[in-house]
Design a binder for this molecule. Structure first.
Ligand code: GLA
Length: 400
């Protein structure tokens, strides 16, 4: 569904962004990638007010808040029907959204919510079509700090119906719909992070920042298995120039601690999302989080890579078969280096040899291994053995 982006941008008067600038229309939020937690990846449609409160409590008591996790985001399935005035009500799982927002705020956290530009959300609940300003005002009245806006039914119900077989016109409709909500949020006067959930079709990164998107999905949905995590990672290379303070590529929320991911896979997933300057939205069952998962999510050295003030997204420097070396330039001239063994079959008889020149480095490099916490010296052509789906993450240069 890739169509002519520049045509649509011109029609809407939106300019393509030069790399690493903050668009004039973006609010002064998300200067580093948003961090927090979202209900979808673990609770999905079951989420309730009680789960949100318990998760907020856990973010504080586990030290996640101190590590930087601030947004507590309610995903789909909080919505009921609209009344005669068009006002959207919450369903029985969320009896009082204002009280819930007050509770989350009382913990020193922020709260996020979910909707979409279509008549229905992805889970078939009420969407914002035709009620954008009313909904934005309601969010602001509740004290909402973050909106995830999910395309879903807008495709069949608006794009396909209003512009059948005309992809360029469909795209104009889609961009206009996101633009409408961006303006409605801005008109509330409340700083609200605007997260576009659009699955990375039609080069979202080219048009989302100009309309004030603070983050935009770059792919379809993540799931808690290595193949999916790695497939998403593989789609991120090439997008680095679109990320910067206030506007971020979003390879989807974290699955750390969920499903079938091994500890090594959880480490690699978390490390690579940090290399990508991705939003770090945990999606696990916080009240039942195992200590080793908490240790991953609260590794402050890795979080510091993600939250680095330069906002420079990492790129793949080179790969040797199934082993990949990525770099990310950090403030103060520091550099993060990730060596990921993405495959299943590399044996110690054929260790990976680090090629410093391919990382832009010359001579031995002193650094810190961010998973062992120990000092490490990287030398040219040094053999490195990394277990299947595991990672070596090193910071060289200025410490955090
Ligand atoms: C889509 C999104 C998910 C989640 C669900 C909710 O699939 O991509 O992240 O928000 O909708 O219905």
């Amino acid at each position: 569904m890739r169509i002519f982006t520049s045509l649509s941008l011109a029609v809407l008067g939106l300019a393509l962004l030069p790399a690493a600038t903050t668009p004039a229309r973006a609010q002064a939020v998300a200067q580093t990638p948003p961090m927090g937690w979202n209900s979808w990846n673990y609770f999905a449609e079951r989420v309730t007010d009680k789960d949100i409160r318990a998760s907020a409590d856990q973010i504080v008591s586990t030290g996640m808040k101190d590590a930087g996790y601030i947004y507590v985001n309610i995903d789909d399935t909080w919505e009921a029907e609209r009344d005669a005035n068009g006002l959207l009500h919450t369903n029985e799982k969320f009896p009082d959204m204002k009280a819930l927002a007050d509770y989350v705020h009382s913990k020193g956290l922020k709260i996020g919510i979910y909707s979409g530009p279509g008549p229905k959300t992805c889970a078939g609940y009420e969407g914002s079509l035709g009620h954008e300003e009313q909904d934005a005002k309601m969010y602001a009245d509740w004290g909402i700090d973050y909106l995830k806006y999910d395309l879903c039914s807008f495709i069949p119900e608006v794009m396909d119906k209003q512009a059948p077989h005309d992809k360029a016109a469909q795209m104009r409709l889609m961009i206009a719909a996101y633009d409408k909500m961006a303006k409605a949020l801005k008109a509330t006067g409340r700083p609200i992070v605007f997260s576009l959930c659009q699955y990375g079709w039609d080069a979202t990164w080219e048009w989302a920042p100009a309309l004030g998107g603070n983050l935009w999905r770059t792919t379809g949905d993540i799931s808690p298995d290595w193949d999916r995590v790695y497939a998403i990672l593989s789609q991120q290379d090439g997008l680095a120039k679109y990320a910067g303070p206030g506007h971020w590529n979003d390879p989807d929320m974290l699955e750390v601690g969920n499903g079938k991911l091994s500890l090594a896979e959880n480490r690699s997933h978390f490390s690579m999302w940090a290399m990508l300057a991705a939003p770090l939205l945990a999606g696990n069952d916080l009240p039942n989080m195992k200590p080793e998962i908490k240790a991953i999510l609260t590794n402050t050295d890795v979080i510091a890579i993600d939250q680095d003030a330069l906002g420079n997204q990492g790129t793949r420097a080179y790969s040797d078969g199934e082993v990949e070396a990525w770099t990310r330039h950090l403030a103060g001239g520091a550099l993060a280096i990730a060596v990921l063994d993405a495959g299943d079959t590399r044996y110690s008889t054929h260790p990976f040899h680090l090629d410093l020149a391919k990382l832009g480095l010359h001579g031995p490099q002193q650094g810190k291994d961010l998973w062992t916490g120990k000092a490490i010296t990287l030398t040219d052509q040094m053999p490195i053995e990394i277990g299947s789906h595991d990672i070596l993450l090193v910071r060289i240069g200025a410490p955090k």
